[in-house]
Design a protein around this ligand. Structure first.
Ligand SMILES: C[S@@+](CC[C@H](N)C(=O)[O-])C[C@H]1O[C@@H](n2cnc3c(N)ncnc32)[C@H](O)[C@@H]1O
Length: 347
């Protein structure tokens, strides 16, 4: 068993200020336990004047490095050897370059660290936590905006599905993806077209298939992104039910000014959750998990948890470990819940 020291990425201080080490420690506690890597609880310690997260009693360095590489805010990992720190190389696992996530800048964008954290603790609660370090999966963001979650899913090798009621967002995302794929000379197909049911147009839909290279294209090994312009309650009419390994979304914040958009007010966040939760739950595979982040000034965690339970999801016991302040009008928290795996009893 070995001990490791982890530096938190300095850039994350911009996002969470002093909360960054605490949030990353909670994420790693949960994801390490899900992968059976658990040693002692992750704790904070200063070494030579710098703050590190200490991970103790770990048996498998390669798996730890893979997990840390996909975590939301890790910067560098070291093995503790006596008084010395030995650098541990983090594997480069991302399928696509990070500009897929960082180029787009717009009002209302969810930061990528929070989105990664939410995705990770959601996968940890699913029946396939091994997806934390790789593999193929389907992920749905039911309020996807301009695709931060979908882009992070693509970088992990997943397929991304999204819904957003704001056509301008989906159009902007469509243009961005096409330009980005062309700039990187990645083979791809792209269409933005009406979806028709019973001779009626029910939505506009973006469909992209992206290949890492020509060989992947020839063998048909692409990754899909599909995004519909629609109300999220209609998601079961747009994508196949019971197919998603994870449903991950950053809900509307319900604030009308500053960095967040007015149309967030079109429907109150609590009404949206009550109306849409049954559809979101139906999208999950048995054993799949749902993770939502939200503003506790407009939506209470207990209400989100109740909405999950009413549709038969089991709420993960994360409590308020991820609660943190964003600004004067937003205090963020998250709820994760899973659909019982086939054969297990519902909550
Ligand atoms: C906090 S933003 C998500 C931003 C996204 N994660 C990103 O980084 O681009 C919430 C999104 O919910 C969308 N939304 C609000 N009500 C909706 C509804 N009823 N159906 C679908 N989308 C909705 C808004 O248009 C907005 O894009």
């Amino acid at each position: 068993m070995s001990d490791y020291a982890l530096l938190v990425a300095p850039s994350v201080n911009r996002v969470y200020a002093a909360d960054a080490p605490r949030l990353l420690a909670a994420e790693l506690d949960i994801t390490m336990a899900a992968l059976g890597l658990a040693g002692d609880a992750v704790r904070l310690e200063a070494i030579a004047g710098l703050d590190y997260l200490l991970l103790s009693g770990i048996g498998d360095e390669a798996r730890l490095a893979a997990l840390v590489a996909s975590s939301s805010a890790a910067y560098a990992l070291f093995a503790r050897e006596g008084a010395l720190l030995r650098p541990v190389e983090l594997p480069a696992t991302a399928r696509f370059s990070d500009d897929l996530v960082t180029i787009q800048k717009y009002t209302g964008k969810t930061n990528e660290q929070l989105t990664t954290l939410l995705m990770n603790v959601t996968l940890a609660a699913s029946a396939r936590p091994q997806l934390l370090t790789g593999g193929r999966a389907k992920l749905l963001d039911p309020v996807c905006g301009r695709g931060t979650t979908l882009n992070l899913a693509l970088r992990r090798g997943f397929d991304g599905y999204g819904v957003d009621v704001d056509r301008k967002d989906v159009e902007a995302y469509s243009v961005f993806l096409k330009t980005w794929a062309r700039t990187h000379r990645l083979p791809h197909t792209h269409s933005f077209a009406p979806v028709r049911r019973h001779k009626k147009t029910i939505a506009q839909r973006l469909d992209v298939e992206l290949f890492t290279d020509r060989a992947a294209q020839r063998s048909g090994h692409g990754q899909r992104v599909a995004v519909a312009v629609a109300d999220t309650t209609a998601v079961t009419e747009l994508f196949a039910e019971g197919t998603m390994d994870a449903v991950v979304g950053d809900l509307p914040y319900g604030v009308a000014h500053g960095a967040h958009r007015g149309h967030d007010l079109d429907r109150r966040a609590d009404d949206l959750v009550a109306a849409a939760m049954p559809s979101w739950a139906r999208m999950l595979k048995p054993g799949g998990a749902l993770g939502l982040s939200f503003n506790t000034k407009t939506l209470a965690r207990a209400d989100v948890e109740d909405a999950c339970r009413r549709v038969g999801l089991q709420v993960a016991p994360y409590g308020d470990r991820f609660a943190h302040r964003v600004d004067a009008s937003i205090a963020r928290d998250l709820v994760v819940a899973s659909r019982p795996a086939a054969g297990s009893a519902a909550a």
